[in-house]
Design a protein around this ligand. Sequence first.
Ligand code: B12
Ligand code: SF4
Length: 478
Amino acid sequence: MRLYLINPSNQLVSIVNVKESRWNRYRVWKPLGLMVLAGLTPPEWEIVIVDENLGVPDYQAMPRPDLVGITAFTSQANRAYEVATHFRNLGVPVVMGGIHATMRLDEVMERVDSVVTGEAESIWPQVLEDARHGSLKRCYDGGLAEINDVPLARHDLLATGYALGSIQTTRGCPLNCSFCSVTAFNGAKYRQRPISDVVREFQSIREKYVLVVDDNLIGTRPEHIARAKDMFRAMAQANLRKEWIAQATINFADDEELLALAAKAGCRGVFIGFESPTPQGLREIGKKFNLLKSRDFRASVRRIQRHNILVAGSFIIGLDVDEPGIGKRIAEVACRYGLDNLNVLFLTPLPGTRLWDQMTSQDRIALDTFPQDWKYYTLTFPVARYKHLSLDGIIQEMISCNRDFYSMPRILRRVCSSLWQSRRLLFSLVSNLSYRNNFRLDCRAYVEFKRYWGNRHQLSKAVMKAEGLDFLKQPIRG
Ligand code: B12
Ligand code: SF4
């Protein structure tokens, strides 16, 4: 039995576009969900994982599979449906799973043979068994997995072509920020994998550099942090010789012992969501956590960096509190905090989030012809109507923010400061140049996006006028 597991591409996502920018080789993450599925698959299946981010293969020339499994984030849904159609036309059954399938079950069911919602650990062997007997059900629900049942991912199946390996050590996040799908998909309960599994899986990764994909590496409560420390101790003791980066919340900075252990275990960088430069913004998205104890962000960032760990920060543009000038303000704050990298995204309503419900009820989703418009749900395009910012306005804010933060003099200053403070010079240089280059690609993409948006707007205005419904929509500025 032959199984293809496919990660569809979205050419509009500049960070996975390796052909456009060689720096992206250091930013393409492996499709870990498919490697975990492969780990759950019995040996009688011959498995091929296709990651279209590394190039779209000639499917016609490949041997006919018995089953195709497709994963997709929302931004990959369009391409997922194209791939599904290709195989279904050949009579090959197609199963789709992952976050988009879970949040848009009806849409996905119309386009594939079978859908798996939720985490797959408890259900995938059953799906394969049914496929073998030609009796696939239309829908399966995996719910939330027992964390001890998460298998070791099959790193051997994607052994070449990547600069970085990846691993997951925890699932879920209790914080439930309004724009984020993690709590809706992986649950509010923070689940930690057995430390021995994590160490064994690290040992099976060939790459020296690894991305820990956890949404919240250390969790929020004392017992989570105690377990994170134990995990770091075990990693150091196993002498893994890996260097890794991870995502964490700002409380990572609050415990010197934790930082020292993380650095000893190979932590070289953390990606932290700061989200908004104002307390009002943080309250709007429900990230009250960042406001605790009247936190000094500059001091927190510095504490992390003292352990030779780089800090990349993420912010959002387009909150209801954001007014013209927000782009420059974010760049200024990011420099003041001393961030090594800045990643700014447009506020984007993703299906399944509280923000989605709110924007839908307020009729503020501007690109809402689905599934076609999903390709723009990459967080790098403004797909909604923003309170104080027009389409042109919000794009200009993004450009001015990136232009400020990634100007060559500022990059040089940051790289020199990493050298001076003995942080990772090469990491700092590569990541800054990569972000600068993606900013250039994104600027090109905005031109095309505005054309697409303009056509869509004209069309919908004409249809509504013809139907006498134009009073229903608020005017879209821009
Ligand atoms: C790593 C990661 C990335 C990597 C991608 C790596 C890759 N190729 O997979 C990078 C950095 C490139 C990335 C990019 C983006 N990401 Co991202 N990313 C993640 C992150 C942190 C972890 C994903 C992961 O590896 N999880 C571990 C694996 C084991 O879990 P899993 O993939 O969910 O798989 C399980 C189930 O879903 C299921 N399953 C999955 N696929 C399939 C397929 C079949 C057939 C079956 C049966 C089951 C099944 O089984 C698996 C085992 O239980 C998630 C957050 C999260 N917790 O999921 C966000 C997340 C998926 N990303 C998100 C977003 C928005 C993006 C971007 C659009 C924007 C951005 N800049 O971040 C881009 C777009 C990428 C694109 N190509 O279009 C959102 C997606 C929301 C949505 N509705 O789509 C998430 C949920 C984060 C969030 N804050 O909401 N991301
Ligand atoms: S943004 Fe981060 S902290 Fe907030 S819910 Fe998502 S994973 Fe948790």
